[in-house]
Design a protein around this ligand. Sequence first.
Ligand code: RIB
Ligand code: CA
Length: 320
Amino acid sequence: PTRRSSDLPIILDVDMGVDDALAIMLALQSPEVELLGISTVFGNVPLNQATRNALQVLELMGRDEIPVYVGAGEPLVRKLVHAAAVHGESGLGDAVLPDPEMLPAGNALDFLIEGIQARPGEVIVVATGPLTNLALVEKKQPGILDQARRVLVMGGALAEAGNITPVSEFNSFADPHAFHQLIKAETNMSLIPLDVTHQLGLAAETIAARLAGRDDAIARFIRESTRTVIAFEQEHYNYAGVHLHDPAAVALGIDSSLFEMETLVLDVETMGELTTGQVVVDRRPFSDEEERQGYPVDCAMKVDVDRLMHMFEHRVLGGE
Ligand code: RIB
Ligand code: CA
């Protein structure tokens, strides 16, 4: 079914791990959202696999009218990293979906630029992978991201420990130069860091209970795709569940009252021996803000866990 224009036209820029798939599902299951298209980037898995996963998830959801565009296959400067240990070889855990029938619709950079320009001040860009596509878009057309209504980025760890190195979150580690370019461009970006997404645990038992009795393709996909992440989290963090990192960024686009935001002056380390990808917040209490090192960025500091989890469970898992 074709959707009417809504108040919330969204472009999702994804690297297609398990929680990226859950973020797409949340967008599709939200009546307020008009998903204009999906752009893919390397990250959790190589670019081709990310694109394939996005096509498969759209077909699973019966939404093959939504176009998928292919973005960057490697970071701007540093070497490629992936995250097969967390998301499984395919990026979608144990889930096996049919080969996609859809084909990618074109190039992600052109799509992002044209999509934003077509509706100035309206489009919300939600980025849930390395920031390479957005940095390239801003380089190709400086100022373009300021024509978006918001740019919501899942990335970075502020005070929280990292999840790929002791101090770095995966998306910021995977292409710190791109992230730096974006921060420096001072676009209307908001950051949803690990500090808040780590509070959004979806327990394995909740998934099982909500999907109990269902054996349709979507229920099977949710069960099977989350299994690898749950096993990883159980083994490494003694937590049997999935964190809703990427769905949190979509949720902020849908309902900003779910989060408390604060502007912090920050930058990201691009060259550290131990600290590449670390977000460095300048908390020095200078009276003149200009003295601080970094750039002002709107950051999610608190989340209403109950309301967000309720929204996700109700819309994506269904059941009671
Ligand atoms: O650090 C969390 C991010 O990296 C999310 O985008 C998730 O998909 C992960 O791999
Ligand atoms: Ca992701």
